[in-house]
Design a protein around this ligand. Structure first.
Ligand code: WQD
Length: 338
């Protein structure tokens, strides 16, 4: 089964391409490389033994989608292509709404027109905002978004719900990711943040590699056991394999219209300090860090209730945080060697 992976050269997209191929699917990449490097395709070739078919185009164009759907006999789509920098989204709201919401609408309309039945949508735990109770489940109420980025994910989920409620023949699953970390153990692909990393683990590995002078821990006065924020850090390969499980679940459904949402996390909450200590233990590298002020927009704690994904998708995360940190560090060392 041929699967179009929009944003397939990105961090999660590229690892999902590997998981799809290893599961017997044929991934076809569509990526405009506005936020990913061409070298990712070389890394995928190293892992897969062949270069996946790649279209260097934008998924905002219905003609591009029609041509690829037809020429590649696409039966399903995994839609990663989106801007995802929380802070940037507050400076560039129209670019974020156009790319993250506008392109989704074009994709849905073109899938309907071309009778492509299956869609996996990349959503985020950010829709939960600051949860009142933990762990968050798929029934936990969505809160007003803290950022334009988060709002684009909430709006995306509403569009999917309304599309299927109207009886449009699409089978759609939204996956709410928690915090993906790590890299493929071969170090052939991994996370390649452009400029100063927003996210914790790439900032840690760049600091450990000497590319950053020190890591700032954004606040240690939160109401948590060690005062630092708690998140659900999931190995990117576990996250990638969740997409395969979700696609298999969709394909076997004997209905024309379907929409559901799944949390994709480990179910374990880990604090920033716990993660830093684990990194130092696992790598033997001591990290230069200091405590700074809180970062606006951060929630105190969020981690996943994962029962629904386990029961309905037959999927659960299997890799440890230590493995993810080892893989992230191996990738950083390899990237630094060029
Ligand atoms: C994790 C923790 C920071 C950097 C975001 C998006 C989410 C998803 C993942 C796209 C927080 C702390 C971080 C640093 C720090 N993105 N931190 N020093 O904010 O939980 O989630 O990225 O899908 O949608 O919201 O991830 O890695 O930025 O932060 O102390 O230099 O690490 O305060 O507590 P976050 P993060």
């Amino acid at each position: 089964m041929n699967v179009l992976v929009t944003g397939g050269a990105g961090f999660i997209g590229s690892h999902t391409v590997v998981a799809l191929a290893e599961a017997g699917f044929t991934p076809i990449i569509l990526d405009d490389f506005s936020n990913s490097e061409a070298g990712v395709i070389d890394g995928l070739e190293q892992i897969l033994g062949y270069r996946p078919t790649t279209y260097t185009e934008n998924c905002h164009n219905p003609e591009t989608l029609r041509r690829i759907f037809r020429d590649e006999n696409i039966q399903g789509v995994i839609h990663f292509a989106a801007f995802k920098a929380v802070g940037e989204s507050m400076q560039k709201p129209l670019e974020y709404y156009d790319n993250n919401v506008g392109a989704l609408i074009v994709l849905l309309k073109t899938m309907q027109e071309c009778h492509i039945p299956n869609l996996i949508f990349s959503s985020s735990c950010t829709v939960y905002g600051e949860p009142d109770a933990l762990p968050v489940t798929e029934q936990t109420p969505v809160k007003p978004a803290f950022s334009v980025y988060g709002n684009t994910k909430q709006i995306g989920e509403e569009i999917l719900h309304d599309t299927v409620s109207a009886g449009i023949p699409l089978k759609i699953t939204a996956l709410r990711y928690f915090n993906p970390i790590g890299a493929h153990p071969s170090a052939a692909i991994g996370e390649l943040p452009r400029g100063v990393p927003n996210n914790l683990v790439p900032f840690i590995t760049q600091t450990a590699a000497g590319l950053r002078s020190s890591l700032t821990v954004f606040g240690d006065d939160y109401p948590t056991p060690d005062g630092t924020c708690i998140r659900d850090y999931i190995h990117v390969l576990d996250l990638a394999e969740a997409h395969v499980a979700a696609l298999r679940h969709l394909v076997q459904l004997n209905t024309s219209s379907f929409y559901d949402i799944f949390n994709i996390g480990t179910g374990q909450g880990v604090s920033v300090m716990e993660l830093i200590n684990s990194f130092e233990r696992v790598t033997g590298v001591s990290l230069n860090y200091s405590i700074g002020p809180r970062r606006s927009g951060d929630v105190t704690a969020v981690y996943a209730g994962v029962e629904k994904s386990e029961q309905m998708l037959g999927w659960k995360a299997t890799r440890s945080m230590d493995q993810a940190l080892e893989d992230a560090w191996r990738w950083q060392v390899r990237v630094d060697k060029g």
